[in-house]
Design a binder for this molecule. Structure first.
Ligand code: TNX
Length: 514
């Protein structure tokens, strides 16, 4: 009986105990270098001030930091110019020309007297702010004031990304997701230091971006979705809003117009693009590979030049994604010449072309990027394209696909590339994944979410979390930090953060959630 009472007491004590303090290294993605100093914890206070270099982009990051911290702390956290007289301490955001930190790196120093984030760019400051956010208690995610000791663990972090391309893809064609849903996804990407959002804007089931020169694409081609769900499309103003919101979070949007296949929606709007000149009916199923725009018609290339031209104007980023996957009905030779022409159109617009790895057989074009989505880890055609100069983004279906089921019981998603649980999403190395590809050719990683079976924002979040942070860590953290046990322990601390922020996620049994 005494033993039982002891156990009950211990359980009660565990319930009453404050949650364990966040440690300096408890960050996802894992930072490059962490140097804790147990004697240097810093306590935020009601009179904490945020001081920032006099630079508009840095000032914007300071305002974002204040906006993150104000709701839960209830502190006013005024943002002031670094040169203005202010009490010592507080939080300082410093832009310096320290070239060691690169385009996205930062340094974070926490001492008893104050907190300082140093970076060479506003993007670096922004990533530092994401780290700072994770170092505060999970209650910082609360939308309303919480009474807490807002303590930051003392010490220093030096952090830079392993890869320049850290992306996620959202398929808004199979099911349409409105602007506010996309903005919320961007928020999730920003937390984990992603810097690219690839939007799969067109497919057989829907055309989701208004094109002024071909208005029926969106008006007619955007009307439907998989399973008869409501369709929809972004006006150009909507799209600009997404691009601007992403840019404010140092994320570049990469628009994809999938060509020559996956084009049934376009053909429903413009029969002249169809190989037989007949508009097909709208498609609400989930088969692939049956549709294509007529590669033998000059009108097709006018259409492509117009569409990509408008998108290039709307997209300040460097990249246009031309799809290229699963054009099963187009003969290989015809397909290669088609891709070469489209690559030329993209180059003519001053942009860099990205395509799924099926475009590999086409001739090299300056700077072109292939997105690998295979499951084999070995493909001579892709290897050869890389030898001719192509760069690679890695999205292996059996590790990085967010539409794969976690386990046999996952209610939505696919399993053609196998089940992708959190460990499978995490345990691979982009540098060595594709046999015969030199590590220098790898630009980074991308996690695609196809949405044949995903219909709501909550379902998007359920598929993203907790796998998105796994892909984030592969893209950001040096390989020396890689380790499943450490990762799942750090990841576990994010469960309460998501819950507090009202974000749905999959409580994977592989992760020791508190
Ligand atoms: C293959 S991956 C496709 C998509 C599907 C996806 C489903 C790729 C480039 N093409 O059209 O949505 O599988 O997992």
């Amino acid at each position: 009986a005494g033993e039982l009472a002891g156990a009950a007491e211990r359980a009660a004590a565990a319930l009453l105990a404050p949650p364990p303090p966040v440690r300096l290294g408890d960050v996802v993605p894992a930072p490059e270098q962490v140097t804790p100093n147990a004697d240097a914890d810093h306590l935020l206070a009601a009179d904490t001030v945020i001081r920032v270099s006099a630079d508009p982009a840095a000032l914007a990051v300071a305002e974002q930091l204040a906006a993150l911290l104000r709701p839960a702390t209830g502190y006013p956290l005024p943002v002031t110019d670094a040169t203005a007289p202010a009490p010592t301490g507080g939080i300082a955001l410093d832009l310096t020309d320290d070239s060691d930190l690169g385009a996205e790196g930062y340094r974070l120093d926490v001492t008893a007297d104050g907190v300082r984030i140093t970076a060479g760019t506003a993007a670096g400051l922004f990533h530092g702010v994401q780290t700072l956010r994770q170092l505060l208690p999970a209650a910082v995610e609360s939308a309303t004031p919480v009474s807490k000791r807002w303590i930051l663990p003392g010490g220093s972090i030096l952090d830079r990304p392993r890869y320049p391309h850290r992306g996620a893809m959202l398929d808004v064609a199979r099911h349409f997701f409105g602007v506010t849903d996309v903005l919320r996804v961007i928020d999730h990407l920003a937390r984990y230091k992603f810097n690219r959002l690839h939007l799969h804007l067109t497919d057989d089931q829907g055309w989701r971006i208004a094109i002024n020169s071909w208005p029926a694409l969106a008006a007619v081609g955007g009307a439907g979705a998989v399973g008869g769900s409501p369709g929809g499309h972004y006006t150009q103003a909507d799209y600009r809003r997404i691009v601007a919101y992403a840019a404010d979070r140092h994320i570049t949007v990469i628009p994809e117009i999938d060509l020559p296949g996956h084009t049934n929606a376009a053909l429903t709007a413009y029969a002249e693009l169809a190989p037989d000149g007949v508009a097909p009916p709208p498609y609400t199923g989930t088969e692939v590979g049956f549709s294509y725009v007529d590669p033998a018609s000059e009108r097709t290339y006018d259409f492509i030049a117009d569409v990509l031209g408008e998108l290039a104007t709307l997209s300040p980023g460097q990249w246009l994604h031309i799809g290229g996957d699963e054009a099963f009905k187009v003969p290989a030779e015809v397909y290669a010449r088609f891709v070469e022409r489209v690559q030329g159109i993209v180059a003519g617009l001053g942009k860099t072309v990205v395509g799924w790895h099926q475009i590999a057989p086409a001739a090299h074009a300056d700077g072109r990027i292939l997105q690998w989505w295979g499951t084999a880890g070995d493909d001579p055609v892709t290897t050869e394209a890389v030898r001719r100069g192509a760069k690679l983004i890695l999205s292996p279906g059996n590790h990085a696909y967010l539409d794969m089921k976690y386990d046999p019981d996952t209610p939505i998603g696919h399993d053609w590339a196998g089940l992708v649980d959190v460990r499978r999403a995490y345990d691979w190395d982009p540098a060595t994944h594709l046999t015969g590809v030199c590590p220098d050719a790898v630009l980074g990683v991308e996690a695609p979410l196809w949405t044949e079976s995903v219909t709501t924002l909550a379902e998007i979040e359920f598929m993203l979390l907790p796998r998105l942070p796994a892909i984030a860590e592969l893209g950001w953290s040096p390989r020396s930090t890689h380790g499943w046990d450490g990762f799942r322990r750090r990841l576990a601390g994010h469960g309460p953060r998501w819950t507090t922020a009202g974000i749905a996620f999959h409580r994977s049994p592989e992760v020791p959630w508190p």
